[in-house]
Design a protein around this ligand. Structure first.
Ligand SMILES: CC(C)(COP(=O)(O)OP(=O)(O)OC[C@H]1O[C@@H](n2cnc3c(N)ncnc32)[C@H](O)[C@@H]1OP(=O)(O)O)[C@@H](O)C(=O)NCCC(=O)NCCS
Length: 327
């Protein structure tokens, strides 16, 4: 059976940079607190009326197609992981396809909060492995600024906007996504969520007044969950693939908090210089963190490198993937 190899990657972040200094002027916080507790220095914010996650996703996909010299007509399927879809429906994947000229193929969204990209990658790889499709695009795109309360200092410092896209194609050389684990547990549903705007609490004056359309987070509970589960699942995927810390070229962790990333790497026995980290520039871009890491580190990646991708998010959701880099 073929493996699904990542054959290209492209990322996009909007121009506007929201620094810790600017946040100091908006809420009662300071650069020292944000840097020491999270590792974040700045994040990018999508400004402009009528611009949603699809705008950034389409930029990432356009760049990917150009880089790979691939025409939109060659694409068999596009999956978009997002927690901030442009609309409740139609899905953001449909909109991205329209923007870049991909027509008459399946496209759908995956909603698994910050684990969304890992989930979408796992789903997309199945279509390649079975031989059904030859070119599948996986996008992670989130405009977190649309649902972040910029009067809440405990959450507004964490998130940013961005998108990344990868191409999946068959590999007969044993390269690509060799294993993945995706998990969820609804025990986390009240620790990290948006209370209103869905079918349980549709928008009303009251929900708006109560600020229920913003991210609600119990930070310390999420922190504890993240450290344990992201490390556990990463250790599990390494063990079942007989990988020791030395065998891993790169850990590619979801970028939510520098301290969570460091704790995960420590548990896996991976040195800090083998851990992809760009949280200082982008903050937590939800489904976009992992593809943006791969994009930033692409020049340093070598064919055959063993990568462990690891994520966690609201739900709770979490997971890991073992990827042998294909180029
Ligand atoms: C949010 C998070 C950074 C907070 O860090 P923490 O060390 O847990 O801090 P606490 O929430 O315990 O707050 C400590 C103090 O700092 C204060 N504080 C919170 N945000 C602050 C800010 N931006 N600036 C200054 N002080 C702040 C709190 O009010 C609290 O004050 P108190 O002791 O007087 O009550 C951390 O819990 C975290 O990263 N959690 C996981 C979040 C995450 O990964 N989310 C995405 C999941 S995909």
């Amino acid at each position: 059976m073929s493996k699904a190899a990542i054959t290209g990657i492209h990322g996009y972040v909007p121009d506007y940079v929201l620094t810790n200094a600017e946040l100091e002027r908006m809420v009662d916080t300071n650069d020292e607190w944000i840097t020491s507790r999270t590792g974040i220095k700045e994040r990018h914010i999508l400004k402009g009326e009528g611009m949603g996650s699809s705008h950034m996703g389409a930029k990432a996909v356009e760049g990917l197609l150009k880089k790979l010299n691939t025409k939109p007509e060659e694409i068999d399927l596009l999956i978009c992981a997002t927690t901030t879809p442009d609309y409740v429906f139609p899905c953001t994947a449909n909109l991205i396809c329209d923007m870049v000229g991909i027509r008459n193929v399946g496209s759908f969204d995956v909603q698994a909060a910050c684990s969304g990209f890992l989930y979408a990658l796992t789903i997309g790889s199945q279509f390649i492995e079975t031989g059904k499709y030859k070119k599948v695009i996986i996008v992670g795109a989130d405009k977190m600024s649309a649902i972040v309360d910029y009067t809440d200092r405990t959450t507004c410092i964490l998130f940013g906007d961005g998108a990344g896209a990868v191409m999946l194609e068959p590999s007969e050389e044993g390269l690509g996504i060799l294993d993945s684990i995706i998990r969820s547990d609804g025990v986390g549903q009240n620790h990290l969520f948006q209370k209103a705007g869905g079918s349980r609490y549709p928008p009303t004056h009251e929900t708006v007044e109560k600020r229920w359309h913003y991210v609600y987070q119990d930070g310390p509970s999420v922190f504890k969950f993240a450290v344990k589960n992201m490390a556990d699942v990463s250790a599990e995927i390494m063990e079942r693939n007989h990988l020791a810390g030395n065998d891993v070229a790169w850990l590619v962790p979801h970028q939510a908090n520098k301290r969570i990333i460091e704790a995960t790497a420590h548990r896996m026995g991976i040195e800090s210089d083998k851990v992809m980290m760009n949280i200082q520039k982008y903050g937590n871009t939800t489904a976009a963190t992992i593809p943006l890491c791969l994009y930033d580190y692409e020049p340093q990646l070598k064919k055959g490198d063993n990568l462990i991708l690891a994520a966690f998010g609201g739900g709770f959701t979490w997971g890991a993937a073992y990827v042998k880099w294909a180029y």
